[in-house]
Design a protein around this ligand. Structure first.
Ligand SMILES: NC(=O)c1ccc[n+]([C@@H]2O[C@H](COP(=O)([O-])OP(=O)(O)OC[C@H]3O[C@@H](n4cnc5c(N)ncnc54)[C@H](O)[C@@H]3O)[C@@H](O)[C@H]2O)c1
Length: 258
């Protein structure tokens, strides 16, 4: 069979739900999908003022777990079942920074597992069930992290106010293995589930000592860019990745290679 290699990257007119589409990564993902001709639904709790054609903003709070099933199913009833779900949200409690081994308390730990890991799990499951019901051969993409693959190197936080996060490793490790489990279960319905594991993105107020120590460990000597992630979202959304499921796409400049 002759393959048209231009066509297999085409995602024009696909419907994409982006949870957390107003964030640093999510916004770039929405723009990339929109530019590729998708109909994009940004599901978030905050929105930029800017209005962009074919990107619809819909208020959706994924941390309200008790209403999540009903609210998310309603969203699909109103707007249709998406071909693509990308979860770029970063729900966290106000004391999130105190989730280091030294400062953590069980209440905050449990709450963050609930609003982040459990909301990722539940929205992905509801989406896959709806895709299955409507025979949508969909792609589900979950934002994980290198810290779902390896432990944090605590030496990069030395002489800064930054700390490791005990809870983040549980959340992102959980997302990665749930990705494998979902891929196994939904594969026969042609629903693909993958996660993306980016390295750190540069923040304006990053401590200089941290930046130097971090980049010393990255073979490509730069931070991750939101566009590095968005480009891979397009790939995972398209038929070019039709035989890829249950895997982690690592976008880390080589951090986990050494
Ligand atoms: N920024 C990085 O360096 C980095 C690196 C690796 C992985 N990640 C992962 O990528 C994802 C996105 O990160 P980011 O840097 O873009 O974060 P961000 O904080 O810039 O954006 C997160 C988005 O999630 C939304 N959100 C928060 N709580 C929500 C809720 N209850 N319901 C719906 N939406 C909610 C926010 O409003 C925001 O728009 C996260 O899962 C993060 O763990 C980020």
């Amino acid at each position: 069979m002759k393959i048209n290699y231009n066509k297999i990257f085409n995602i024009k007119n696909k419907k994409a739900f982006v949870i957390g589409g107003s964030g640093v990564i999510g916004h770039e993902v929405c723009l990339a999908l929109q530019e590729s001709g998708c109909e994009v639904f940004n599901l978030d709790v905050k929105f930029n003022k800017e209005k962009i054609k074919r990107i619809q903003n819909i208020y959706f709070d994924c941390s309200k777990l008790e209403h999540l099933e009903k609210k998310f199913s309603q969203l699909m009833k109103l707007n249709g079942v998406p071909d693509i779900l990308i979860n770029c949200s970063y729900p966290r409690t106000s004391d999130w920074k105190n989730n280091s081994f030294k400062k953590i308390n069980i209440k905050s730990y449990k709450k963050n597992i609930d609003i982040h890991l459990n909301s990722f799990v539940w929205t992905a499951k509801i989406t896959a069930d709806n895709m299955k019901k409507k025979n949508v051969e969909g792609s589900i993409i979950l934002l994980s992290s290198i810290y779902g693959l390896v432990g944090q190197d605590i030496s990069i936080y030395k002489d800064t106010k930054m700390t490791e996060s005990m809870t983040y490793s549980v959340i992102k490790g959980g997302i990665n293995n749930f990705t494998r489990q979902m891929a196994s279960y939904y594969g026969k319905y042609n629903i693909r589930v993958n996660s993306i594991c980016p390295g750190g993105i540069k923040e304006k107020n990053h401590n200089k000592k941290f930046v130097k120590k971090y980049l010393d460990k990255v073979p490509l000597k730069r931070f991750c860019r939101p566009s590095d992630i968005a480009a891979n979202v397009l790939f995972l959304s398209s038929n070019a990745s039709s035989y890829i499921t249950g895997t982690m796409i690592v976008i880390d400049g080589g951090w986990t290679a050494i």
